[in-house]
Design a protein. Structure first.
Length: 563
């Protein structure tokens, strides 16, 4: 959330017209606020506490979960609490709120206590905490040795070479067996007994429990959900329609698709706009020219820049075919490039600092540890780099919290095989996203083999009548949650939702700065006022993606040709 420009928000006049129910009559348990654990949150202006909740809301005999909760006190006339979930799934509410406190207080006019929590399966303060299925990184690496889990998928063009398709399909039985064994390892891990108690329905009920304690059992619940957090939002507004206060869903997951299809398949559909975002990157680079973008030569158009990326991917692909232990595979580069699609604000530094190093590494002109160093700078480059894995003191192996949440929520196992998943990847690469169809791994692909489902999943209806109108926000070109998800949710909620689109690129509207969108958020959160349905906000002209190149420039020059 770091890319907002705040001046426009702060310039708006603070108004307050709504006051919420008092909590004085509620006598449930309390949250004892105190200093935050300094190993997790250092900001002494924030308060932290814990709330015990039932592990299973339908069966109190199962015991309790303990949620780590964080709060930034309102700075103005308090209207209640505003809850935040940063997505992931598996994102830390504590870390996100701490990192964005100033922004959140500004965006909300200071009229709310901004509250978040580490959901079940997240971090080391909430119980159950982070889910690890290996004792160490070494154990993980040796378990997946020789599979695409460590190297990514090798292909070029759009799986143009049938040998690449064949090589992938040949791995299907091995990778499936590994994922099934992984599931058993997760079940047998220290947090394995909790796998059926993590998930989105539990997160919704946990948020309601926290709200009941803070604001009372009848008070409206205000919520901002980003990305996966929009699934919490969709489930919340339909599970507790009478509790809906001011709710913003930004970067929207289609809840119907999620309730009816396997994540491996819905995820492939979520690539609908990803190549367009890639086109924006190469277009911005070409417009900036060599002085603003190291991947552009004088006179290059977008397709010339694309050709360089395709050459780089091809060279990495061919090198890996010749020697399987190259430091950087084409799959690694694709994963890195995919990550870049989320945050246009980082494009210039990626293309000017990251890209030249990628070229050097692939050409064998860089020291052996160069790819690790680059990973640290541009997170996510080499999945084998232990520094990239979310860790605790005690475990340097990868976290499976994201998979645990998404898979616990997802539809029952349907006998889908890894070969089915791989075929989906090939056809998505050919039909939907040439550049990113083959990104591997993702948490979503694990769900067809995941051993647990949550004790409660909300699968609809998604068209309830809500106590208050909510705001649905989406970039027009979002690489992870394409616009149709937002349109679907808005369509289902009818008069109870307003859709506002932002005419730009990146994952969630906060990936780019827009005074217009900031104003929409601010007006809604402080006064409840919403613009007309279908309002389109432009990205700020001074939000440059490359030196001298803004979103409008790129939109005006996007190539229509396939990349
Ligand atoms: C909890 O995790 C943080 C990193 O997120 C780490 O700095 C801290 O030491 C951990 N605390 C414990 C008690 O494991
Ligand atoms: C907080 O500050 C201490 C001391 O400077 C440092 O050791 C710790 O890593 C910091 N924690 C976080 C979460 O930034
Ligand atoms: C925030 O409010 C709580 C009361 O809810 C209070 O105990 C705490 O001291 C306040 N924190 C700050 C930093 O003012
Ligand atoms: C991976 O397998 C290769 C042989 O297939 C072996 O030489 C290597 O030591 C293994 N690496 C690990 C980390 O187990
Ligand atoms: C393969 O690459 C590794 C790591 O870069 C290197 O150590 C090894 O010598 C290479 N093998 C061959 C046959 O070139
Ligand atoms: C890479 O290795 C060299 C020599 O082995 C070392 O001097 C350098 O610090 C390393 N760089 C990084 C970023 O780890
Ligand atoms: C995708 O492309 C494949 C050929 O690669 C074709 O057989 C398949 O029908 C296409 N699927 C869709 C949904 O268009
Ligand atoms: C593969 O992509 C190219 C553009 O790079 C396109 O022309 C071609 O139709 C695609 N092939 C398939 C099978 O989709
Ligand atoms: C809500 O959706 C259900 C299907 O899930 C449908 O049967 C029902 O008619 C819808 N209700 C309204 C008010 O549109
Ligand atoms: C708002 O716009 C969306 C998307 O165009 C549409 O699905 C929805 O029905 C509209 N809502 C209203 C109340 O017109």
């Amino acid at each position: 959330m770091a890319h907002y420009k705040l001046s426009s928000i702060l310039a708006l006049v603070f108004t307050s017209t709504v006051s919420y129910a008092s909590s004085s009559h509620y006598s449930g348990s309390v949250i004892q606020w105190g200093a935050c654990d300094p190993s997790v949150v250092n900001d002494t202006s924030l308060s932290c506490g814990f709330l015990e909740v039932p592990l299973d809301y339908q069966d109190s005999s199962v015991g309790h979960a303990r949620l780590a909760v964080i709060k930034a006190n309102a700075t103005g006339e308090r209207q209640g609490s505003l809850f935040l979930n940063p997505g992931g799934p598996g994102g830390s509410g504590l870390g996100t709120l701490a990192a964005n406190k100033a922004l959140l207080l500004a965006l909300t006019g200071g009229v709310y206590d901004v509250v978040s929590w580490d959901p079940r399966g997240v971090g080391n303060l909430t119980t159950p905490g982070e889910i690890f299925c290996f004792d160490s990184l070494a154990e993980y690496t040796s378990f997946f040795n020789g599979t695409i889990e460590l190297t990514g998928i090798e292909e070029t063009g759009n799986f143009t070479d049938p040998a690449d398709v064949q090589a992938l399909l040949t791995q299907a039985p091995t990778v499936q067996k590994k994922y099934e064994e992984l599931g058993q390892r997760c079940l047998n891990s220290p947090n394995g007994k909790y796998l059926k108690y993590v998930g989105t329905a539990a997160a919704v009920r946990d948020m309601v429990s926290i709200a009941n304690v803070l604001d009372g059992p009848d008070a409206p619940i205000n919520f901002i959900g980003l990305s996966y957090g929009t699934l919490i939002g969709s489930w919340f507004v339909n599970m507790f329609p009478e509790r809906v206060g001011r709710v913003i869903l930004d970067g929207v997951v289609d809840p119907i698709a999620f309730a009816t299809q396997e994540p491996a398949l819905t995820f492939l559909g979520q690539r609908a706009s990803t190549d367009t975002v890639y086109k924006a990157l190469i277009t911005g680079c070409a417009l900036a020219g060599p002085s603003g973008c190291a991947a552009a030569a004088k006179g290059d158009g977008p397709l010339d820049v694309d050709a360089k990326f395709q050459l780089l991917l091809k060279a990495a692909h061919d090198a890996a075919k010749a020697n399987a232990s190259v430091p950087l595979t084409s799959g690694d580069i694709r994963v890195q490039l995919y990550g870049q699609m989320f945050t246009p604000a980082g494009w210039s530094s990626f293309l000017n600092e990251g890209y030249p190093q990628l070229v050097q590494i692939v050409n064998g002109e860089a020291p052996a540890n160069a790819s690790q160093a680059l990973s640290r700078r541009f997170k996510g480059l080499v999945r084998r780099d232990p520094l990239l894995k979310r860790r605790s003191e005690s475990n340097d192996s990868p976290s499976y919290t994201g998979a645990a949440i998404y898979c616990a929520d997802s539809v029952d196992l349907r006998g889908t095989t890894m070969e089915d998943v791989f075929k989906g990847i090939v056809s998505t690469t050919r039909n939907v996203s040439h550049i990113f169809g083959s990104v591997w791994p993702t948490d979503f692909y694990r769900c067809s083999f995941w051993p647990a489902r949550s004790v409660e999943r909300y699968q609809g209806p998604f068209n309830k009548t809500l106590a208050n109108k909510i705001l649905i926000a989406s970039n027009i070109f979002d690489p992870a949650t394409p616009l149709p998800g937002a349109q679907t949710v808005a369509g289902l909620l009818g008069e109870d939702a307003v859709l506002v689109e932002q005419n730009g690129f990146g994952h969630t509207t906060i990936a780019a700065s827009s005074a217009c969108m900031n104003g929409v958020f601010f007006a809604y959160l402080t006064t409840g006022t919403l613009p007309a349905n279908g309002t389109v906000c432009e990205v700020d002209a001074d939000f440059e993606l490359f030196s001298g190149v803004n979103t409008a420039d790129i939109l005006a020059h996007l190539p229509s040709a396939d990349v």
